[in-house]
Design a binder for this molecule. Structure first.
Ligand SMILES: C[S@@+](CC[C@H](N)C(=O)[O-])C[C@H]1O[C@@H](n2cnc3c(N)ncnc32)[C@H](O)[C@@H]1O
Length: 404
């Protein structure tokens, strides 16, 4: 499904104005893909220290193609001079050309060793439902599984983000020598560990309701079982960056989340949020979305998420909610993401490959719990719908994309 990403800065009124452009945000809305991200790159705020280089990242995440080692564009804006509208950027606002020649090619038991982590065995075990494993910790029901299949999907998604962001781990122009970074809903912890490698000066903390992170981690990285919907326990004003990526069906009260992030950040710190916007698009009519099984399943996904109190529309409100929480220099960036390898552009093709791979791995996981619990329907019925939808999105003649 899609993704869409949003970055914010904290920059409280009394902070020093940053030398570099401030915020970036990307979000829902409509995007046009193509040869994208570098489009609007006004003044480069290319602080090497804040742009992880490919060599600094895990090699296995970068095997699809060589990536340009440059910053994705984030337009500079000062709080005073920028109107809210100008802070929203459609990053890749061109049609995606299809590759006409293309032929179809075809709960971890580990518990982290952080002294901050204290979990009971039932939290480690999780809860099994319909053959999938879900977290047993947390005040609310999380809609996605946390088993091996889902963790594999998370890692595929991480690789896709690296391609999309041209090898950057985040867009926020954080201090080159950060001291504390928080990754809320860290999942496999892959982003947190990469950040720990790239920023050895920083203590990187990854939180999650599921203890699915590896035991052996860089010395400056730790994982904590913590529910982001609870009161945050971190010392206020200590983080350079609070990061949250793909928190689908995880957070209900986003204004509270923003407020807690604002409190946790240092003056001048940044909040960066990313999320997919799964609604499917097809510009050339190669897939009729009115009759599409896949499009139907996406609508069900929206229905399920809304029923669980975690609307997929939430990212559309993030920018304003951030401003309401006291953030300044809020920027929104929107990416258009092909689903599958149908794009002519090599890099978009690679992104599409990862997108489709993560979708294939996650299709059932997105829907199963909500389908059975919120809609009270039989798991097997969902599996039939998914098998039809899967055929559609795996057909490279169907030029579908979504927004991230
Ligand atoms: C889709 S995964 C994304 C993982 C990671 N951010 C990434 O981009 O690879 C969402 C993660 O959020 C965690 N999560 C869900 N609800 C949460 C909550 N209320 N507090 C903390 N973590 C939560 C889930 O257990 C899961 O690991």
């Amino acid at each position: 499904m899609t993704r869409h990403r949003l970055v914010m800065s904290q920059n409280t009124a009394n902070q020093q104005p940053p030398e570099e452009p401030i915020l970036v945000q990307k979000s829902t809305a409509q995007v046009h893909a193509a040869q994208e991200l570098e489009i609007q790159e006004p003044s480069t705020h290319q602080s090497t220290a804040q742009q992880p280089s490919p060599s600094a990242l895990s090699n296995q995440q970068l095997t699809m193609e060589a990536l340009a080692n440059q910053v994705t564009g984030c337009t500079a804006t000062s709080q005073q001079s920028t109107s809210p509208d100008s802070r929203q950027q459609i990053v890749n606002n061109q049609n995606i050309d299809a590759d006409e020649d293309f032929q179809d090619e075809a709960y971890a038991s580990s518990v982290n060793s952080s002294s901050l982590t204290s979990i009971a065995s039932d939290v480690r075990r999780g809860v099994e439902e319909n053959g999938r494993l879900y977290p047993s910790y947390g005040r609310n029901t999380y809609g996605m599984p946390v088993d091996e299949q889902e963790l594999d999907r998370n890692d595929l998604q991480h690789a896709k983000f690296l391609l999309l962001l041209r090898d950057r781990l985040c867009l926020a122009p954080i201090d080159p020598s950060p001291t504390r970074i928080l990754d809320v809903g860290t999942g496999t912890g892959i982003w947190a560990m990469d950040m720990g490698d790239v920023f050895p000066s920083a203590e990187v903390i990854g939180t999650d309701i599921a203890p699915v992170q590896p035991t052996w981690v860089p010395p400056n990285v730790q994982f904590v079982v913590e529910d982001a919907e609870d009161d945050w326990t971190f010392t206020p004003g200590t983080f350079n960056l609070v990061f949250g990526r793909e928190l689908f069906m995880a957070i209900r009260d986003w204004p509270r989340f923003m407020s807690q992030a604002h409190t946790a950040l240092k003056p001048g710190g940044w909040l960066e949020l990313s999320a997919s916007y799964p609604r499917t698009h097809c510009d050339d009519g190669s897939l009729d979305l009115k009759t599409s099984f896949y499009a139907q399943s996406v609508e069900i996904y929206y229905e399920i998420a809304a029923a669980m109190g975690t609307s997929l529309e939430a990212p559309r409100s993030w920018a304003q909610q951030m401003r309401d929480a006291g953030f300044v220099d809020v920027r929104e960036r929107i990416f258009k993401m092909p689903m599958g390898p149908w794009a002519k552009d090599k890099r978009l093709k690679s992104i599409g490959v990862f997108e489709l791979a993560q979708l294939n791995a996650g299709y059932e996981g997105y829907l199963l719990r909500g389908w059975t619990q919120a809609l009270n329907r039989a798991a097997d019925d969902l599996r039939i719908l998914i098998s039809e939808g899967r055929l559609e999105v795996n057909n490279p003649r169907h030029h579908t994309y979504c927004h991230l």
